[in-house]
Design a protein around this ligand. Sequence first.
Ligand SMILES: Cc1cc2nc3c(=O)[nH]c(=O)nc-3n(C[C@H](O)[C@H](O)[C@H](O)COP(=O)(O)OP(=O)(O)OC[C@H]3O[C@@H](n4cnc5c(N)ncnc54)[C@H](O)[C@@H]3O)c2cc1C
Length: 412
Amino acid sequence: MLATGKQIIVLALMKRRQPLLPHDRVVDMPKRLHFWGDTTSVTYPPPTKDITTDYLIIGGGIAGLMTAYFLRRHTNAPVTLIEKNTIGSGATGYSAGMLTSEPEQASWHTLTTIYGIPLTRAYFNKQRTVMSILRRLSDKITHPESQDLLLLAQTRASHPDSRKEIHSRKQISSPVDTLNSHQVATELNSPHIQSVLRVGKHLSVNPLALAHTLARQLHKRGVCIFERTPYLDHSKNQARTPHGIIRFKHLILTRGAYEHSPLLRNFLTTIAVTTPLSNTILKRLQLHDHDMFIDDAARSFHYGKITGDNRLLVGFGDIQTETVSYPTPVYRPHVTNIKRFLKLTFPHTPLTVDQAWTAPYALTKTPIPLVKSSRGVLTINGGGTQLASAVAAEYGVSLLLKHPHPLAALFE
Ligand SMILES: Cc1cc2nc3c(=O)[nH]c(=O)nc-3n(C[C@H](O)[C@H](O)[C@H](O)COP(=O)(O)OP(=O)(O)OC[C@H]3O[C@@H](n4cnc5c(N)ncnc54)[C@H](O)[C@@H]3O)c2cc1C
């Protein structure tokens, strides 16, 4: 059985029960170890004078960038985006770069139960549309690759919960294949896996490069971008930064884990990458066809893929935290867990972890991202995945522009 509602609910409950992270177990990771590229150089320097704009977006992660993208698609009004560090320096740039429509907090079966089939199907389709947009906007450096996503499990696909999940996926037209035992043996060759669902093609990218590529294209389309420009606060229609005032008509907060809201919680998740693997080893592990995977067993939650330079990347999370400190720390117990997972999954091939990093990201307390307007300020946050965050950005823009949106009932 794979990714069933029951398992995911158990997982969500486990997350809630996790104690807050003790600060003494966090070790700073040197900046040079940022795996996906450079987060230190500034491409868009801070403003040198006060500015006036129509739309002011705070935060240069996927939510902020896609808000700017959808605004630019519908209006020529001035759009400004400010980022306290550099573009992609939050969860977006530290992520695994698995652009999947798999929901973070609940199974598709749970979503169809809560929201009904037509609305859930529209949500799924919207994520696929956003994925196509991101694929189109990607460039060579982003290294976009269409990969199968496999849901792995240590139990059988005939389990009733699994059957419900497969049925719900079919109802929302989410392609799903249950692999037979021969196929299971040829996908991720591991004695640890009992059953596998193939849930369609998803996109694997270098997430930091994707953020930079988006920023470059937005900049070309006239969006003003300023890095190293923290938003401090605002009063009426003026935002304060250390580099001057920005006057705005609409303020949009996409601050990720830095947002303090009772509607959000922060989690830490850790990624480890092995040293580059030879083609012979990739073949032996049945990983040469570059599938991405999620191992959603009730007592663990691992995700992974093969990177552009042939390393096995495995992520593990989550632990609830109040810590949002950069440079990114490495949470050692997660690394130990990942090493154990590698040994269990690939017992006959020793794999060496080369680098690891941990980063926080925000999640809403509901299965749907937070898009909330209060006192003239729009907050977009807590998508949990990049595609969900991008869908939330599209919905947020429809609110700003007072356009009807097919997912209004889902977000309200
Ligand atoms: C290790 C890890 C692995 C993940 N793997 C995946 C994955 O493979 N696939 C997937 O879909 N999702 C993944 N996620 C989740 C995904 O990355 C996040 O859900 C998503 O990127 C959140 O985007 P965001 O724009 O809301 O937040 P962020 O990317 O964190 O962006 C918020 C930005 O706001 C800036 N900011 C904050 N305060 C201010 C201020 N006062 N002024 C100016 N700027 C400010 C921050 O510096 C930051 O750059 C992963 C997350 C982590 C941490």
